[in-house]
Design a protein around this ligand. Structure first.
Ligand code: CMP
Length: 143
C-alpha cells in the first residue's frame, strides 16, 4: 500500500486547521497510520529541505518550518502520493484551485499550510526522517 508524509505547517497549526485538513483525507478514504504534533529542529528542517539548499528562499523555508509546532502525519492508500498532491493544490496558493486545501486556506507561497511528499520515493525518505517504525500502526483490515 502506498504511503505519504503530510504535514500541517506552523501557519496551519496556529490557525486551527488541523481538524479540517485531517477530515479531508479521512473523507477521501485514506487511512491515518501515524501522527504527532512536534517541533521541527533546525537539523531536521535542513535534511528535509536538502533539495532546496541552493534556492534563494532556503533560509526562509528552514526558519518558517521551525517557527512553531507542525502536525506530521503518515497516511496510506492507493495512489495516495498523487491524489494527496491534487487535494493539496498547487504550491503557489494563487494558482491553487478552489476546493483544494491551499486554494481554500492559503494566500502566500511561503506559508502554504501543508506539505506533502511529491513522489513515492520521497515519501518513504520523509517518513523515515519524521517517524520511527514503531510510531506507525498496522490495520488488520485495509479498506
Ligand atoms: P513545500 O512543497 O512544502 O516545500 C518546499 C516549499 O518551498 C514549498 O512548499 C513552499 O512553501 C516553499 N517555496 C516555494 N517557492 C518559494 C518562494 N519563492 N519563496 C518562499 N518559499 C517558497
Amino acid at each position: 500500500m502506498e504511503r505519504t508524509l503530510l504535514m500541517v505547517k506552523p501557519d496551519g497549526v496556529q490557525r486551527g486547521l488541523i481538524g479540517k485538513i485531517v477530515q479531508r483525507f479521512e473523507d477521501k478514504g485514506f487511512q491515518l497510520i501515524g501522527a504527532k504534533l512536534m517541533q521541527v529542529s533546525e537539523e531536521l528542517a535542513q535534511t528535509h529541505y536538502a533539495e532546496h539548499a541552493s534556492k534563494p528562499f532556503y533560509g526562509e523555508l528552514v526558519d518558517f518550518i521551525t517557527s512553531g509546532p507542525v502536525f506530521a502525519m503518515v497516511w496510506q492508500g492507493e495512489q495516495i502520493v498523487a491524489l494527496s498532491r491534487s487535494m493539496m493544490g498547487k504550491t503557489r496558493p494563487p494558482e491553487a484551485a478552489p476546493g483544494t486545501i491551499r486554494g481554500d486556506f492559503a494566500v502566500r507561497t511561503e506559508s502554504n499550510v501543508i506539505h506533502g511528499s511529491d513522489l513515492p520515493e520521497s515519501a518513504e525518505r520523509e517518513i523515515a526522517l519524521f517517524f520511527k517504525p514503531e510510531e506507525l500502526v498496522v490495520y488488520d483490515h485495509v479498506i
